[in-house]
Write a protein that binds this ligand. Structure first.
Ligand SMILES: [Ca+2]
Length: 535
C-alpha cells in the first residue's frame, strides 16, 4: 500500500510543471508519507507488544491455606511467587460464592441476576463475554480444564474442558466437542494440555488462556505422590469450630458441618467399597495405592471407635490432610506452568493471574464448603504478575470483586470494555497503589441456591471496610449486622441492638444504592417489602 502511494506521489511530482506547486505537493506528500509510516509502525509495535494473558482459576481454594495470605502450614511457593513478583489483592471478593456462578461472572463481568447463572447445575446461555471481545481484537483465546457451565464454551478458538465437575483420576475431556479419557491425575493432565496448547498455538497472535483447575474441589482426592503428605501435622482447631450460631438463625439452619454433613465414606474415603465412580476409574496401580493408604486410615478409624466431639475433631484432621495434599499438587503444577513461561521466553510478556472461584471454610463455624456472605467464602485469593506494569511486592487493599476480572483482562489487552459490564478494570490501582484513584467503598453480594445441597438461605447484603449487613430471605428471614473491626469472626449479630439503629439506617441506604446501581430488581422488591413490614 505504501509502495503504491509512493509511486503516485512520484508521478504527481514528475507530471507537474509548476515548481511552486511541486514544492507544496512535495511537502504535503512527505507529511502524508511520514504519517502513514508513523501509524504503520505504531500499529505494528502495539500489536507485537500486546501481552499474553494466562488466567488460572482454581476451585474452592481457601485464601487461609495460601502462604502469602498468611498460612503457616500450607506451603504454596508458586502462588506466592506470582504475588511476590507482582501484586496481592488483600481485599478480593466474589458476588455469589459458588462454582458455576463465579465462572459466569468471570466470562460476563456481570452479577448472576444479569448473566442468568444464579445457581450450580444450570445452563449458561450464550451472551456477550470477554473472550468474544478479545477475538475481535485479534487475540487467540482458549479454555483448558474445569468450566462447569452446563454448555460448551463460546468465544474460544480452542477448548479442552472437563464435563461438569470432572473427575480427579483418569478424567474425560471434551476437546472442541469430542470426548476422550486421559489417564493420569487431573491437575497434572491439565498442565500437560496447557503446555501442549501453548506449544502449538498460533504464535503470530497474543493469547488469552484460561486454565480451569479442578483442585481443590470436594472430595479432595490427592495425587498418589501426595497421599499422606500432611499426616504428621496436627492442625489447630479453628476457634469457631464448635459455633452455636446464637443470634444467626440462617446459619443455625445449615447443613454443611464437618461434624454432621461431611461423609465418612464419600468425603473422607473411610471404608470406601469401590462402588463410587471415582474408584471404578482407577487403574490397578492407582487402586493399590489408594487401598493401601485409605485402608490403613480406615483401620485406625475402627480402632479409635470415636463419637461426638472427638469424632468431629478427627474428621477435621482428615479433611485438612486430604485438602492440603490436593492443594500441594495444584501449587506444584502452577510452578510447572510458570517454569514453562520462563523456559520459552514468554514470562516477560505474559500477565499471570491466579484466583479461586471463591473462598472456602476450613473448619470455621464448623463448616466446609462456601456460599455464605461471611468472610471465609466472600473473600477469594487473587494474585497477579504483570512485568513492567506491576512493581514486584505490591499490595492492593482496595475492594476488588470478581465482576472486575473480565474488564481487567480486556484492559490488559487494550480492548474496549463493553458498557454493560458491571465491573471495572483494576489496572488504575497499580498507579501509586491506587492512592489517587476514586474507588468503591462497598461490596454488594447476592446468593441464591437453596435448599440443596447445604441449606444456606438465600441472602444479599453489603460489606464496607467496617461493617457487614446481610438480609436473609426465603425460608429463614433475618437481618444480620456485624462489626468486622470488633468481631472479625462474625459471631455477634448486632442487628437487634437499639444503639445500632443509626448505623443500620445508614447501611441500608448504602445497600439500597448498590441494589439499584447493579440493577438487582429481585433484591429491590425483597428489600422494599422488608422495610414496609412492622419490625
Ligand atoms: Ca468452587
Amino acid at each position: 500500500m505504501i509502495v503504491v502511494t509512493v509511486n503516485k506521489i512520484v508521478q504527481m511530482i514528475i507530471s507537474s510543471k509548476a515548481i511552486m506547486k511541486n514544492l507544496y505537493c512535495c511537502f504535503f506528500c512527505m507529511f502524508i508519507l511520514s504519517y502513514i509510516n508513523f501509524s504503520y509502525s505504531q500499529t505494528n509495535q502495539s500489536s507485537a507488544n500486546r501481552p499474553n494473558i494466562l488466567f488460572i482459576i482454581s476451585d474452592d481454594h481457601a485464601y487461609q491455606e495460601i502462604g502469602v495470605y498468611g498460612s503457616k502450614i500450607a506451603k504454596t511457593p508458586n502462588i506466592d511467587r506470582i504475588a511476590k513478583e507482582g501484586a496481592i489483592f488483600r481485599n478480593s471478593f466474589v458476588t455469589n460464592s459458588i462454582c458455576g456462578p463465579s465462572r459466569a461472572t468471570l466470562l460476563t463481568g456481570k452479577y448472576s441476576h444479569l448473566n442468568g447463572y444464579k445457581a450450580n447445575e444450570g445452563k449458561f446461555v450464550d451472551q456477550p463475554t470477554f473472550p468474544k471481545v478479545l477475538q475481535q481484537s485479534n487475540y487467540q483465546t482458549a479454555w483448558i480444564g474445569k468450566m462447569h457451565l452446563g454448555s460448551l464454551p463460546k468465544g474460544f478458538d480452542y477448548f479442552n474442558i472437563l464435563p461438569g465437575q470432572g473427575m480427579y483420576y483418569n478424567p474425560d475431556f471434551i476437546e472442541n466437542g469430542d470426548t476422550t479419557r486421559i489417564e493420569g491425575y487431573v491437575t497434572n493432565v491439565i498442565t500437560k494440555l496447557t503446555t501442549d496448547w501453548l506449544d502449538k498455538r498460533d504464535k503470530t497472535k497474543p493469547f488469552c488462556l484460561v486454565v480451569g483447575e479442578k483442585a481443590t474441589h470436594r472430595e479432595w482426592l490427592p495425587d498418589i505422590q501426595d497421599l499422606g503428605a500432611f499426616d504428621n501435622v496436627e492442625f489447630p482447631l479453628p476457634s469457631t469450630f464448635f459455633d452455636d450460631y446464637k443470634g444467626r438463625i440462617a446459619a443455625a439452619n445449615n447443613d454443611m458441618t464437618i461434624d454432621k454433613t461431611m461423609l465418612l465414606k464419600g468425603d473422607l474415603k473411610i471404608h470406601n467399597d469401590n462402588t463410587t465412580g471415582v474408584y471404578r476409574r482407577l487403574t490397578g496401580n492407582q487402586k493399590k495405592a489408594y487401598e493401601d493408604y485409605y485402608g490403613k486410615i480406615s483401620k485406625e478409624f475402627d480402632e479409635k471407635n470415636l463419637s461426638g466431639e472427638s469424632l468431629a475433631k478427627w474428621k477435621y484432621q482428615r479433611y485438612m490432610r486430604d485438602y492440603l495434599s490436593t492443594a500441594k499438587s495444584l501449587d506444584r503444577n502452577i510452578g510447572h506452568i510458570l517454569d514453562y513461561l520462563d523456559n520459552k521466553g514468554l514470562a516477560k510478556n505474559t500477565v499471570v493471574i491466579y484466583v479461586s472461584d471463591q473462598g472456602f471454610y476450613m473448619g470455621e463455624h464448623g463448616w466446609f464448603d462456601k456460599r455464605w456472605m461471611y468472610e471465609e467464602s466472600l473473600r477469594t485469593p487473587f494474585v497477579m504478575r504483570y512485568p513492567g506494569v506491576i512493581k514486584p511486592g505490591t499490595f492492593i487493599d482496595k475492594f476488588a470483586i470478581n465482576i472486575d476480572w473480565a474488564p481487567t483482562i480486556l484492559d490488559i489487552a487494550g480492548a474496549k470494555v463493553p458498557q454493560d459490564m458491571q465491573g471495572v478494570s483494576l489496572l488504575p490501582l497499580f498507579n501509586s497503589n491506587g492512592k489517587n484513584t476514586a474507588w468503591r467503598n462497598e461490596v454488594y453480594y447476592h446468593y441464591y441456591e437453596y435448599p440443596r445441597p447445604h441449606r444456606v438461605s438465600p441472602h444479599f447484603g453489603i460489606r464496607t471496610d467496617r461493617y457487614k449487613l446481610i438480609c436473609f430471605y426465603g425460608e429463614k428471614k433475618a437481618w444480620e449486622l456485624f462489626d468486622l473491626q470488633k468481631d472479625p469472626r462474625e459471631l455477634n449479630n448486632l442487628y437487634d441492638k437499639t444503639e445500632n439503629a443509626k448505623t443500620i439506617a445508614q447501611l441500608k441506604e448504602r445497600l439500597l444504592r448498590q441494589i439499584k446501581k447493579y440493577n438487582d430488581d429481585e433484591a429491590l422488591q425483597i428489600f422494599e417489602k422488608s422495610q414496609s413490614l412492622p419490625t
